[in-house]
Every structure is written in structure tokens, then in C-alpha cells.
Design a protein around this ligand. Structure first.
Ligand SMILES: [Zn+2]
Length: 181
């Protein structure tokens, strides 16, 4: 369970860890608590009581990144598609992009590397609930899963759900957290 957001020594998010790992690092004086559980949840043992950590800051970078697969995140889809609409090649700003299901969800299309592409609002609207062929549109690049050894992709971990204590970092989370498949 990844329920603690981990910040590096410069207060930048670097990933997530389990609460017991967070407690161990706090206990061993390798991390500081930045935010505790808002609902007041406590951890008890015979010798101590502390608030459940939700955001911690580590003093040294002990967060190891497992490069098993490229995380399926908005940022990485944006990177793979070069920030361009995959139908008209319009350059998209990070605030005016959409993610298009090549095979639309209403036709059973899933959210995956090979079925999600960057699209401008206009193309996404035009395509609507159709396949590219049905809409008379052409995909400029075949969407593929990126290779793990490609350094341009961002490696972050997944979480189960957003937590209220992470609100401050929600932009970072929006871009880096893995999308549900
Ligand atoms: Zn377009």
C-alpha cells in the first residue's frame, strides 16, 4: 500500500511508500513528517503514539526507482506523442490537450498505451465515439508502449487513491500518477 507521499530534501515529490516504511524512516531519523493524516488517525504502540504520516520528507534520496515498465501516466503519454495531436499534429500546450481512446470506450476500447493518444479538442470532438476509420481520420503515429530504457520518460509509482493531505502537490500528482487501466 502506497499511502505516504515522499518528498526529497528540496520538498519535491519523488514517489510514494507504505506507512510502515515511512514510520521506520522517521524512527531512524532519516525522514521528517510534513503532514499527518487529516482525519486524526493515530498509530499506537506500547511506547509511543504518533499521527499517521501522509507526507514525509527524506533527508537523503533513498527512494529507488524500479524501472520495470514506463508508468502509464499523462506526462508519459504527452512525452511519447511529442506534445502533438496525433490526428492533426497540432502542437498542444499541457493545458489544452485531451486523451483520445483510439477505439472509443463505448466500443470496448480500454485505457492502454496502444489505445490512448494525445488529441486536440477539435479532433477529439470530431472523432467522438467513433474509430479513426469511421470518423475518416488518420492516426499519424501508431501508439506503442515506450521502452523502459528510454530516459525521456518519467518514472513514478502508482497510488490507490488521492488523499486530502496531498492537495498541495496535486498538479504533480495529476501528471505523474499512473492512469487507471
Ligand atoms: Zn487535432
Amino acid at each position: 500500500m502506497a499511502d505516504v507521499l515522499v518528498l526529497d530534501s528540496n520538498y519535491r515529490p519523488v514517489g510514494f511508500c507504505s506507512w510502515d516504511r515511512a514510520v521506520k524512516n522517521i524512527w531512524e531519523d532519516r525522514a521528517d513528517v510534513i503532514k499527518e493524516d487529516e482525519s486524526g488517525r493515530k498509530l499506537h504502540s506500547p511506547s509511543f503514539e504518533m499521527g499517521m504520516p501522509r507526507v514525509i520528507r527524506v533527508r537523503n534520496a533513498w527512494v529507488k526507482r524500479k524501472k520495470l515498465s514506463v508508468p502509464f501516466s499523462r506526462r508519459n503519454i504527452y512525452t511519447r506523442d511529442g506534445g502533438e495531436c496525433q490526428y492533426c499534429l497540432k502542437a498542444l500546450k499541457t493545458n489544452d490537450y485531451t486523451l483520445d481512446h483510439v477505439v472509443p470506450r463505448c466500443l470496448g476500447g480500454i485505457s492502454s498505451w496502444t489505445n490512448l493518444v494525445l488529441a486536440c479538442l477539435r479532433c477529439n470532438k470530431k472523432k467522438a465515439g467513433m474509430t479513426p476509420a469511421q470518423a475518416g481520420m488518420k492516426l499519424m503515429n501508431k501508439p506503442v508502449e515506450p521502452k523502459v530504457d528510454d530516459p525521456k520518460y518519467n518514472f513514478k509509482l502508482h497510488i490507490n487513491s488521492m488523499r486530502p493531505e496531498w492537495k498541495e502537490w496535486e498538479t504533480w500528482l495529476y501528471w505523474n500518477v499512473e492512469l487507471e487501466k
